[in-house]
Design a protein. Sequence first.
Length: 251
Amino acid sequence: MAKNDTDRAELIIKYKQTGIVSYRNEAVLRYMDVVKYYVFSLRNMYDGFIDPEEITNEAVVGLINAIDNFDTGRGVKFETYASVVVRGAVIDYIRKSGTIPHRLGAFYKQMQKVYQELYTKLDREPTNAEIADVLGLQEETIRKNLSRITSYRTTSLDEYLGEKRDVAESRSEEGVWQVEENAVRSDKLRLLTKSIERLPERERQVVTLYYYEKLTLSKIGEILDLTEARTCQILSGAIKKMKFYMGDFTN
């Protein structure tokens, strides 16, 4: 363990042993990389709807709660525990705002309608630019909204596994992200893998490229010769089926 990691880990231990708030306050400052990471990595879920400062504040509150509730005797690294709590705090705040799901839901329904109309008219998949033109939106807005929709649709699976899709499973250079392997997670992965195997080939390809290869919608579209809109539709449909196959684990 690097010296800086050891030093800040000791702050947690000292706070838990003494209850001296100054140790906790210093620990918050030393673990702000956890806060910054999730404010950045979840930005597609709130960008343009919620002030990043509000998200940062909620993440900090989550970090403080993580410090207060952390059990030093359970043999789990604080970074691992804090990453789960902070991410959960941010997602809970976004969901409670209620703004994004409603707006994105309306957008997605409208986009689906336009997509089908253009597909019938053009006898091919419409491009983002063509969809944007009919909706009276900028193509970049279409791109961002599709990314946000994907973030929401995939959140339940990420939470089921207990991690974010772009969080490395090994310690990064910043020395924060490490997912603890255990029997429960192995069982979940096995169930998830079985649900993917039951998907039609095209849906299986999209899910595999998104979750395992960690590619963006646009990159997946390039590989499979699909538009971003169509890729988003396929991924959304696949996730619904997977949730059904796994016994609707999000309920």
